[in-house]
Ligand binder design. Structure first.
Ligand SMILES: C[S@@+](CC[C@H](N)C(=O)[O-])C[C@H]1O[C@@H](n2cnc3c(N)ncnc32)[C@H](O)[C@@H]1O
Length: 607
């Protein structure tokens, strides 16, 4: 695709330099090639066709079609048999302001007929579509350069196009060609949102780099010594995450991890808020408009609400430059056909349907680097059944996991697959015991009081909370109580907490300093109680086999495996492997069960 963008810019430059065709027609070929090159990489392929037949309302410059709309005719070549399903294109010459083209009578006519128009002057691009109730709305905009003369300098030397702009342009065109695709498949929604998320991360990273460069110039320092609005705004979030998780984001890779985590969290947050919004048992027109601002309160998660409120604090978004991208993400969700979508989206399987395709498309390298792999459901179900059996037959606990004395910890719960399987097992036992309608609320109590999950990454944590909230509501008919601000009943939260499972295990860890985001402090407080006070009978899960690149392991965490290093004569290979993170999780589990509770079950996957 790098080449397609370069080819596009160079072709425009050459046409202009030739002095021949300077009006828009001379540039049509370059635009058509660009859209066709990119369209060829999609499934189904998208074709950019000129000379629309039967165009009626005047003729737009191009139509964007998927293959089923086209036939091949030996006389006429490729011919459209239906209207363009991915919209039409109206292009005017680069010396025309994009706003003028957008406001033109022609574009209004095309919009009335096709409902989706890409408006361009070859250097700026606008997508004119519809809002959720069918009114005209400019959905997305992209500018290759701030003005015409800088655009022509760029076209003469496309290699000067900064990497982040190139990436964002590619993502923009990609989404453009997917506009109007009926969104019914969770996977397609995940792929479009991942494209917006990459755009968002590119903006944040570019803004941060600019910030850094500016703060190196002391003359630009504002009174008070803080040069950077961006750093100012996100310092609280960063500092709080660093303290809550006991890790530092100070290397370059650590910062990439921070941005990536922040963006993922925002996108999973929007997606989860939308699922909750769309699942409300009231007709769509009575639900009110869904917007990122509403996400903060729709999410029943203090931690995520806190992150959202930081990003959405008045004034924060302008500095970050990501407000419009988050709005576009909401536009994408408005286009989802919820009936078809939810017929394919099972509440307890959001991971396979959404989280994994999103992460794979958003940041495959990060996924590999961090070892973010999710445990196959068959393995999870087997391990949970095995633990239940061991409790009953080897420890004499007749009701197994359903016994209210059994406290369970998944120290690396990811998107909550073990947590959900444990709830399912408890529910089955309760039904078999004849609890009937009461079983659901007993499962809910277990989720709040005695099944605990720890997770270090906010993004899977959001998904875990979403899955558990949906399962309680729809599978067990025992929704969590979320106060509406009027009732006195407190909010209920499943015990899935944002924390580093391997730090703060010691009584001496003491009280942590006050953090800028008190909601995160709450999670730290509850996690501290589980780590230091709770009698855990079962430790179960799938710890990571890779360390967090760019994130330092604290001395406390490092020293966890010290007792296993005391053996004097260790023949290779027995002494090896203690630095792998899973070994630290084992040691933590051993401390909990063997040295603290005195009995219980450890069931962890190792490499
Ligand atoms: C291999 S995944 C398994 C996730 C989960 N069992 C599932 O199937 O969804 C390991 C998870 O551990 C998390 N993790 C890694 N180090 C951690 C730590 N020190 N404390 C808590 N969670 C951690 C990772 O973010 C990742 O989500």
């Amino acid at each position: 695709m790098t080449d397609a963008i370069d080819d596009y810019l160079l072709a425009l430059h050459r046409t202009r330099a030739s002095g021949g065709s300077v009006r828009e027609r001379g540039h049509y070929g370059a635009l058509q090639n660009l859209l066709n090159n990119l369209g060829a990489t999609l499934k189904p392929k998208v074709h950019c066709i000129s000379e629309l037949a039967n165009a009626g309302a005047g003729s737009p410059d191009f139509g964007l079609f998927t293959a089923p709309q086209l036939v091949f005719d030996t006389n006429e070549g490729v011919r459209a048999i239906r209207p363009p399903d991915r919209g039409v294109v109206e292009a005017k010459s680069p010396d025309t302001a994009i706003e003028r083209v957008e406001a033109s009578e022609q574009v209004t006519q095309y919009w009335e007929r096709y409902r989706l128009v890409l408006v361009t002057n070859f250097r700026s691009f606008l997508v004119v579509g519809e809002d959720e109730v069918g009114r005209r709305k400019t959905r997305e905009r992209f500018d290759l350069a701030p003005d015409e003369s800088s655009f022509w300098s760029l076209a003469a030397a496309p290699s000067r196009l900064p990497a982040d702009i190139r990436l964002r342009f590619r993502e923009f065109l990609h989404r453009l060609l997917l506009q109007n695709a009926t969104l019914t498949q969770p996977r397609d929604v995940a792929l479009i949102l991942a494209s917006l998320a990459r755009d968002c991360r590119a903006r944040l990273e570019a803004a941060a780099a600019e910030d850094k460069a500016r703060s190196r110039q002391p003359n630009l320092l504002e009174p008070g010594g803080r040069a950077s609005p961006l750093i100012d705004r996100l310092d609280d979030v960063r500092e709080t995450l660093e303290s809550a998780l006991g890790i530092r984001f100070d290397t370059e890779r650590g910062m990439h991890f921070f941005w990536s985590t922040l963006v993922q969290t925002l996108f999973y947050g929007i997606f989860s808020g939308w699922v909750i919004w769309a699942r409300q048992p009231v007709p769509r027109d009575k639900r009110g408009t869904f917007s990122p601002l509403r996400v903060a309160w729709m999410l029943r998660l203090r931690v995520i609400r806190a992150l959202f409120e930081q990003v959405y604090r008045p004034g924060a978004l302008e500095g970050l430059g990501i407000g419009d991208v988050l709005d576009w993400a909401c536009d994408v969700l408005h286009r989802v056909d919820d009936t078809a979508f939810f017929s394919r989206f099972r509440e307890d399987h959001a991971v396979q349907y959404f989280y994994e395709p999103f992460l794979e498309a958003y940041d495959p390298d990060l996924r590999r680097e961090l070892g973010v792999w999710y445990t196959p459901p068959e393995v999870v179900d087997y391990m949970v059944a095995r633990v239940d059996w061991a409790l009953r037959s080897q420890l004499g606990i007749e009701r197994g996991l359903a016994d209210p004395r059994v406290h369970v910890l998944d120290p690396c719960c990811g998107t909550g697959s073990f947590f959900l399987a444990i709830l399912d097992r408890i529910h089955k036992t309760l039904l078999a015991e004849g609890e009937g309608d009461l079983a659901g609320s007993m499962v809910k109590r277990a989720a709040i009081e005695r099944i605990h999950g720890f997770e270090i990454m906010p993004a899977p944590l959001v998904v875990a909370h979403l899955q558990v909230a949906l399962a309680l509501e729809h599978l067990y008919r025992a929704p969590l109580n979320v106060s509406d601000g009027h009732s006195n009943r407190p909010d209920e939260f499943p015990s899935i907490l944002l924390t580093n499972a391997l730090t703060g295990l010691d009584e001496r860890s003491g009280i942590s300093p006050r953090l800028p985001l008190p909601e995160l402090e709450d999670d730290g407080y509850f996690a501290g109680r589980v780590k230091r006070e709770e009698q855990i009978w079962v430790v179960i899960g799938n710890p990571p086999y890779n360390g967090f690149a760019g994130v330092d392991v604290t001395p406390e965490e490092k020293s966890l495996t010290d007792p296993w290093r005391q053996v004097r004569a260790v023949r290779p290979p027995e002494g090896r492997g203690l630095n792998d993170p899973y070994a630290r999780f084992w040691r933590m589990a051993e401390r909990r069960i063997a040295e603290r509770t005195g009995f219980g079950v450890v069931c962890l996957i190792t490499n």
